[in-house]
Design a protein around this ligand. Structure first.
Ligand code: 4AD
Ligand code: MG
Length: 439
């Protein structure tokens, strides 16, 4: 099967060929056949590698017969290398073509199962093959750049990245969405959020963040819910929720602006306008929960005080806006046990959700945390949580407790909004949803 293929000696990256620096010179590129078509006298293979795609042309009367036969026999997605002379050609994708006289087939394979116009379900079943598509390749590159920018941002802000456990006994966001794990005969859960553990670290490192998967046994079939998603969770000692919001908007603008300036080609290839991302500037509008309800209702919604926003309400709230907004001071009764009530309005908590525009909805949830022992114990009891699973969390309020705040950013929600994707499943390589855990 294999012709050649180990090592990189003598191989050019396709992006180097497309840069023009090899014009007129010989080059060998290696990768996968993105497109392949042949007539009696001419074979065209578009080869892709991780850096781009290039058209390779084989003319029957100018190459050895066995080379032409191999070129003609290539399937889409066969792996191969091709060698020839780089020529500028305005008709070729990328502006350069390789006029080839040699080819090596690494794995010819079989006819590729994915052709044009496949159903969404089929593409999800063949995700392990569909991930090679240009669309998903570009999204995964953009996602990687965004994660890099987030880490860069927190480095500059003096944060430490820390590692949480994934298996835990302490639920964070309510019992109904916990995935249970049989832990050597004992009952444990996959973490819903690393927040409670991030709160431990602030007593040593002050400003920390976790970037890890969170799990939600969420029975919702929506374009923005995953059962397993990547969660960025910063936690900061001595921060109020007002400071928390300032950090969030600064972070979002940093990622958006730098993604636009450093990776505009990828942003465009994903279907987003880099100018939009470049225009995102702090501060974002701050809307108290009560006012947000009025806006939703004025835009045609039907919400009563005490209800939570669904996707429709979030879309109504951001109608006509192109920047994210904060909704703050939610009713205590619909929020998690750890959120600190607002001393000026104790029926509400010192929290905020960041809502992205254009129907993308909530991307961040954050709050100031209760840091008084007695009150936290009371809230844990009120929510019928098993106190013994939270004893360590309560301990933090006994020994050197300090005011603190933090937030959780859903990475796939961020990617979906920033690249303007229709569905959250395309923001992660292997989406886990209520009816899918394959491949
Ligand atoms: O609002 P949530 O539930 O907040 C928390 O988990 C806090 N403990 C975070 C913290 O303060 N450290 O989740 C935070 C974010 C949401 O705003 C959303 O972006 C994302 O996590 N998220 C989901 N993303 C994809 N699929 C799901 N099922 C999600 N649930 C939440
Ligand atoms: Mg939330």
């Amino acid at each position: 099967m294999a012709d050649e293929g180990v090592g990189s000696e003598g191989i050019s990256k396709i992006s180097d060929v497309l840069s023009g620096s090899l014009n007129g010179k010989r080059a060998r590129v290696r990768g996968w056949a993105y497109r392949a078509r042949a007539s009696n006298n001419l074979a065209f293979i578009v080869i892709r590698d991780s850096s781009g795609i290039i058209q390779c042309a084989f003319k029957k009367d100018s190459v050895p017969a066995d080379v032409f036969d191999k070129a003609k026999g290539i399937y889409v997605e066969s792996s191969l290398w091709a060698e020839g002379t780089v020529r500028e050609d305005s008709r070729a994708p990328g502006g350069f073509e390789l006029t080839c006289d040699n080819i090596g087939v690494i794995c010819l394979g079989e006819a590729f199962p994915i052709a044009k116009d496949q159903s969404t379900e089929f593409l999800l079943d063949t995700r392990h093959l569909w991930l090679r598509s240009q669309k998903l390749t570009n999204v995964m590159k953009a996602r990687y750049y965004m994660l890099g920018l987030l880490r860069e941002f927190f480095d500059k802000e003096g944060f430490f990245e820390v590692a949480p456990p994934i298996i835990t006994k302490a639920g964070c966001e309510g019992g109904s969405t916990l995935f249970e794990v049989n832990y050597f005969g004992d009952k444990a859960y996959l973490t819903q959020s690393s927040q409670l553990y991030a709160e431990i670290y602030i007593t040593a490192l002050e400003k920390v963040y976790v970037l890890a998967p969170s799990f939600r046994a969420e029975p919702s079939r929506t374009v923005r819910h995953l059962a397993e998603y990547w969660h960025l969770e910063p936690e900061m000692a001595f921060y109020s929720n007002a400071m928390n919001m300032e950090l969030q908007e600064k972070m979002i603008a940093y990622v958006a602006n730098n993604l636009a300036s450093r990776h505009s080609d990828i942003v465009k290839a994903c279907g987003q306008d880099p100018a939009y991302l470049a225009s995102i500037k702090a501060p974002f509008e701050r809307i108290p929960y009560t006012k947000a309800i009025e806006i939703v209702n004025a835009n045609g919604g039907k919400m009563a005080w005490g209800e939570d926003f669904g996707a429709d309400e979030e879309a109504l709230l951001t109608k006509g806006k192109s920047m994210p907004v904060f909704v703050h001071n939610f009713p205590k009764k619909i929020k998690s046990f750890y959120m600190r009530p607002d001393p000026e309005n104790p029926e509400t908590v010192l929290n905020s959700d960041m809502i992205a525009p254009f129907g993308h909805g909530e991307i961040i949830g954050g709050s100031e945390r209760i840091w008084e022992y007695d009150y936290l114990l009371q809230r844990i009891r009120e929510e019928n949580l098993d106190v013994k699973n939270y004893q360590w969390y309560l301990d933090l309020r006994k020994y050197g407790s300090v005011p603190h705040s933090g937030f959780g950013l859903g990475i796939e929600r961020l990617v979906k909004w920033m690249l303007n994707l229709d569905h959250i499943r395309d923001a992660i390589p292997f989406p886990r949803t209520i009816n899918r855990v394959y491949p």
